[in-house]
Write a protein that binds this ligand. Structure first.
Ligand code: DAH
Length: 347
């Protein structure tokens, strides 16, 4: 029997030496060391020996078992190391190759102008709020002192969501300006109110270098006791200087917007020719940059503010227009065409 064991050991080790891959190694383990393997069969044979020989035979079997187990573990380690070496060779990284350049993102020119506007007005106590782009006729027009069939509606070419003037339904549209947020804000708060509202607005436009169907606006609103046109002028003067330089001068002229009285337009002196007249200012020396005015008493009344006690100013401006003037951009369509050659020019 002892001879049989030694033969078994020799054969097992020979087979083991030939194994080159892990799955075969597992087969080997099952064949020799498994529960129903060769070694187990030998152990069963012990019962046939005379009792006196059994301990010695058991000891030999144990030695062989241990030897085979150790050989198995060694082989397994060796196979794994070999596999690792191989994969390292195959997947070698060439550290001399140049790296892939990391592309730096940058802020969109509209975002840059918005940030400048915020930087001018937030320190004065204006809070930034946002509102819905899909809006009711009520907020976009009626509550802003523009009733149905009012001719001033023609100032905004409107994209309607529900058919215009359809009976029995509340007409819905894409907001044509950010002014509806004046009403939404005042409905929800008591004076004092000081907000700026950035956001997208939509127009039913024939698209050309100076008209887009989507662009941004920033609305401003300040309402409290004793607010006057002087507050409007002081605030917007600071904004103009922030956007176009400390040396700027501003001009206010009467203009018409239904939701303010009086309504004004603000212009800055032309920064290209310093007022002498050039192509940018069309020879006038002045460039209009925003609309504004004192909130109309009808608007205040509509949100439950007493116009005898409270007054306020509002303004609206287009950041793309500001950017076009500042950076000499001659086509508003460039802003949302996603052409990187354009966008990369704004550091
Ligand atoms: N909402 C106006 C427009 O889109 C701009 C505007 C003018 C806003 C005067 C105002 C304002 O708040 O007082 O044409």
């Amino acid at each position: 029997m002892l001879g049989e064991i030694q033969d078994l050991k020799a054969e097992a080790l020979r087979e083991l030496a030939e194994i080159g891959q892990e799955p075969q190694l597992e087969d080997w383990r099952v064949t020799y060391l498994g529960k129903k393997g060769a070694l187990t069969r030998v152990v069963r044979g012990i019962g046939a020996l005379p009792p006196a020989d059994r301990p010695a035979a058991g000891a030999v079997i144990n030695d062989v078992k241990e030897a085979l187990q150790t050989a198995f573990e060694d082989k397994r380690l060796a196979l794994r190391e070999a596999a690792l070496r191989l994969s390292l060779q195959h997947e070698q990284i060439d550290i001399t190759l140049p790296g892939r350049p990391v592309e730096l993102g940058r802020r969109h020119p509209t975002t840059q102008i918005l940030d400048e506007i915020f930087a001018a007005l937030v320190p004065m106590g204006f809070q930034i709020v946002e509102g819905p782009e899909v809006e009711w006729d009520y907020y976009n027009f009626q509550a802003l002192n523009i009733p149905e069939d009012h001719p001033a509606r023609d100032m905004w070419d409107t994209l309607w969501i529900t058919p215009e003037g359809e009976h029995g339904r509340r007409p819905m549209l894409l907001r044509t300006h950010t002014s509806p947020m004046q009403v939404r804000t005042m409905e929800k708060t008591k004076p004092p109110v000081r907000v700026i509202v950035p956001g997208k607005v939509y127009r039913y436009e024939a698209i050309d270098p100076s008209h887009e169907s989507m662009f941004y606006q920033v609305e401003g609103l300040a309402v409290d006791e004793g607010i006057t046109l002087a507050d409007l002028k002081g605030t917007l003067y600071e904004l103009a200087k922030r956007l176009f330089g400390e040396e700027r001068r501003v001009r206010f002229r009467v203009d018409y917007f239904p939701f303010v009285e009086p309504g004004v337009e603000m212009a800055i002196d032309c920064f290209a020719c310093r007022g002498t007249g050039c192509r940018l200012c069309k020879g006038t020396g002045w460039i209009e940059i925003l609309g504004a005015g004192m909130v109309h008493p009808n608007v205040l009344r509509g949100v439950g503010y007493d116009p005898d006690r409270y007054s306020g100013f509002a303004f609206g401006l287009g950041p793309e227009r500001i950017a076009m003037l500042k950076y000499g951009i001659d086509d508003i369509r460039l802003f949302y065409a996603n052409d990187l050659r354009f966008l990369r020019q704004f550091p």
